[in-house]
Design a protein around this ligand. Sequence first.
Ligand code: GDP
Ligand code: MG
Length: 456
Amino acid sequence: MLIFTTQMVLDTLSSSLKNTLGKITKAIFVDDTLINELVKDLQRALLQADINVQLVFELSKNIKERAKENPNPGLTKREQLLTIVYEELTNFLGKEPKEISITKKPTQIMLVGLFGSGKTTTAGKLARFYKKRGYKVAVMQTDTWRPAAYDQLEQLAKQIGIDFLGIKKEKDPVNIYHAFEKKLKEYDIVIIDTAGRDALSEELIEELNQLQAAAHPEERLLVIAADLGQAAQKQAQAFHDTCKVTGVIITKLEGTAKGGGALSACAVTGAKVTFIGIGEKIDDLEAFHPQRFVGRLIGMGDLEGLLEKAKEVISEQSAEEMKDKFLKGDFNLIDLYEQMKALKQMGSFGKLMEMIPGMGSLQLPKEMLQVQEGKLEKWKHAMSSMTKAELEDPEIISAERVDRIAAGSGVSIGEVRELLKQYRQSKKMMKMFKGEQDIGKLMKNMKGKLPKGFGG
Ligand code: GDP
Ligand code: MG
């Protein structure tokens, strides 16, 4: 069900964001060129989703700036970049979710909005949403403008199996409210539907404020249609200023390319989106969580693990293991690959150095020490074209074999040679680590001898 709706919500934006982020995962190097390309793609995707130009500009600026930060320990540059994009998009749509607290009995939720925005439908959806969660819910119809409104909500209430409160001939919404006031204690939640107009007129403001003064609802939620796009901002602001709305429900989000505009526009006014409507049916309503929503837009599969990882710190144990391996000295190509992989996972060679007693004082530039992105993949391909004997003792690999390995793996001859050179250099360094007791001497020896693959 969730996956199904994800595909419908903001389909275009979602697929272009996924494409864009896919580029990060596939890129060999995370450099300025990639970041610039990424930001351009994002801009295109967001502008197509009708998001305000100024907002898109700010988002781009933030991403570019933050991309310069050093990655958190345990994150590669690539993962760091994905995390930044995710976080910035989330902030864009309202940071924290707005939860409606159902503590007071009854908690009254009043829905306001213009004609056709989806108030009555949403009143039914909300009632269903809360009934499913075990609350005793009633809906009240105070829309005396549209004769059909009474029947519409009564029908929905019947369908859901909850109480409907309304007086067919009554013209004054406040009278309707007072008629049921005493009865409301029976319910956990009362959802109050109201009348709309074509525009936010003085008359509508007056009517809503009178009803509000009588009911003192805990929540006043503005119902707004996603197809308004950026225009949602003006409407949200106007309702915010005159009716003190406590949140927004955006409806019809499944049917428009402009949904991003409506969502971000509401975030700008400070009005928090509480629910989204994603279809005409009674169950087509979801609580809105910016994080989850963005996660789904860009494909949460990749992200869940990544965000977990961002919180992790390198464990002492894995550092210990690395230290032992490193100090052993006698090693083959597979060891090299494993070590490089482990180093990459740990973020940087520098981090390891800090954990080896006496090594922390070495002043090595951090960027120099990061395992180069993409290189490991190529090495892996090259190594898969080698024989077992070659992997165990790369010294036996002849120039002719280098050519064959390159041809067989699709990796360039230069890169295969670089791998072998890296192996020799690393082996030399292993011996140094093992033999040298004098740190000062070691430092001198290390100058200019750091394996190239460790550099950026
Ligand atoms: P009201 O005038 O604000 O009470 O609006 P209604 O609840 O009568 O809804 C107006 C129209 O919008 C109806 O045809 C609803 O079926 C439709 N509608 C409401 N919410 C959604 C939604 O989330 N998605 C879609 N596609 N249609 C919706
Ligand atoms: Mg209505």
